[in-house]
Design a protein around this ligand. Structure first.
Ligand SMILES: NC(=O)c1ccc[n+]([C@@H]2O[C@H](COP(=O)([O-])OP(=O)(O)OC[C@H]3O[C@@H](n4cnc5c(N)ncnc54)[C@H](O)[C@@H]3O)[C@@H](O)[C@H]2O)c1
Length: 464
């Protein structure tokens, strides 16, 4: 009887506490992807070391100062550090020794010509080769051109052979699909996880550490896994550029892109998601990945006509709202000396990331035309200041309402939710000229017009 009770207690504890797999994981590169995925691996019960060459970042993380804004991240880092499952270091030798699976989360920015800069990935591969002493699984999580995982393998082998050692290791691909602003959710509950390897043991190990995240684990060869990430980002960028082109047609024929969106979304072949027209995509992924895929295509003699068009439409779209403002004031004395309020600076809401933010293109355009700009963002102000600190005619505001006082127009650039709760009817009376230039189809044009605003938006007829 006693044994039976013990078995029951064991089963109860095993199912309620959830027995997670426990691996020793090293994440190399503690940025948006490395920090989030490392923290999520720890949350699932693994012992995780996050390594970076940026000593200040690691010192800050060891004092629980989080380098990026990502909803829910701070709490999760704190929890897992307290539970001794999450460690931060700059020490390659020790970190590699103490881990079984290594994830490379290095930046892969664009070179000037748009091709992928692999210098960070290569540097990490070299460090692994210099410090590895026994078998490890080495996984590419960075978005990398097809064949890079094998290049990493080659670099590591070369470094090992320089040391005249005989150490075995395996490589695999496991690109990350999280989106900034919802990164914790995406990482803990992803739509799918793509694992690229043809080695059964590696496949089983990677399935084992991921099976608690989702049932949708897709395994394939390394090259297909690498290009899958680019295909996903290019498809999403394509949807954005497509809707933006439709929006521009809508405006000129007097139609409303928001209605078109409602009309096409229910078609299951199209889908309701990701159909928002706006001022173009930004951030650290879509722009560089579309361009990088173009280079991959050219390398194998495929003319990337469509990929180039996605990029071109996007570049033009980023300037469009500024051009609408310019056109509107053309016969009203021009932009010189006029004040505009920019609401939202980050490339999208819920992140402080300013990389390739469309706001920068709009700001640059308006400043060059002699405008004065009052800038406000709920979270990205510090990062924006680092980029714009040498520009004249910029005023920084910590309250969006104050930023609108005396202004000739509010320019809605990033659709932060908080802009919904601003009493626009009160603000109108504080402005010099009550114009709203809406880059995200965020406001209801009819309501704004009733309040006495002039509304100009992407994909909307000027007269509604
Ligand atoms: N940011 C995203 O939303 C996102 C989403 C999916 C995939 N990705 C991909 O993930 C990769 C990483 O992107 P990110 O946004 O996290 O980059 P990031 O710039 O935020 O972080 C990269 C980190 O790597 C560190 N680093 C650079 N060289 C190093 C070295 N030699 N050793 C150790 N650390 C080093 C940097 O100091 C930095 O902290 C890229 O390939 C990107 O395309 C990014």
């Amino acid at each position: 009887m006693k044994t039976l009770i013990k078995i029951f207690i064991f089963i109860f504890l095993a199912t309620s506490i959830h027995i997670y797999p426990c691996e020793k994981i090293l994440v190399i590169g503690t940025g948006y992807v490395g920090l989030v995925s490392g923290t999520c691996f720890a949350e699932k019960g693994n012992i995780v070391t996050c390594l970076d060459i940026d000593e200040e970042k690691i010192n800050n993380l060891n004092s629980l100062i989080i380098p990026i804004y990502e909803p829910g991240l701070k709490e999760l880092v704190e929890k897992n550090v307290k539970e001794n499952k999450l460690i931060f270091t700059t020490d390659y030798k020790k970190a590699i020794k103490e881990s079984n699976i290594l994830f490379i989360c290095a930046p892969t920015p664009s070179n000037e010509d748009g091709s992928c800069n692999l210098s960070y990935v290569k540097a990490i591969a070299k460090e692994i080769g210099k410090n590895i002493e026994e078998y490890k699984i080495i996984v590419t999580k960075s978005t990398v051109p097809v064949g890079t995982t094998f290049l990493i393998q080659k670099i590591i082998k070369k470094e090992i052979s320089k040391r005249e050692k005989d150490i075995t290791f395996d490589v695999a691909s496991n690109s990350e699909f999280l989106k900034e602003g919802e990164a914790i959710h995406d990482c803990l509950k992803p739509d799918r996880i793509v694992i690229g390897t043809e080695n059964e043991n590696v496949k089983n190990t990677l399935i084992n550490i991921h099976k608690d995240f989702t049932n949708n684990l897709i395994t394939m060869d390394i090259l297909s896994a690498e290009i899958t990430k680019y295909a996903a980002n290019a498809m999403l960028a394509l949807k954005i550029s497509f809707m933006n082109q439709i929006a521009n047609i809508c405006k000129n024929v007097g139609a409303n892109v928001e209605n078109v969106k409602k009309g096409i979304g229910p078609d299951k072949r199209i889908g309701k998601h990701f159909l928002n027209a706006g001022i173009g995509y930004g951030g650290s992924c879509f722009p560089k990945d579309v361009q990088s895929l173009s280079f991959i295509a050219k390398d194998v003699n495929i003319e990337p006509t469509l990929l180039n068009a996605i990029h071109r439409v996007n570049e033009e779209q980023k300037e469009l709202l500024a051009r609408y403002i310019d056109n509107y004031f053309e016969n009203r004395g021009g932009l010189k000396g006029r004040t505009f309020t920019i609401w939202g600076l980050s490339f999208k809401p819920n992140t402080d990331d300013m990389r390739n933010a469309p706001s920068l293109v709009i700001i640059d355009y308006l400043l060059k035309k002699g405008a004065i700009l009052n800038l406000y963002d709920p979270i990205a102000m510090d990062n924006a200041k680092k980029i714009l600190s040498n520009r004249e005619n910029i005023n920084w505001y910590s309250d969006p309402k104050d930023a609108a006082i005396g202004s000739d127009g509010i320019v809605l650039v990033t659709e932060w939710k908080e802009f919904n709760s601003i009493p626009l009817n009160e603000i109108k009376n504080t402005m010099n000229d009550p114009n709203i230039f809406d880059g995200r189809a965020f406001f209801n044009p009819k309501e704004l017009k009733k309040m006495g605003f002039r509304y100009i938006g992407i994909g909307m007829p000027d007269e509604l």
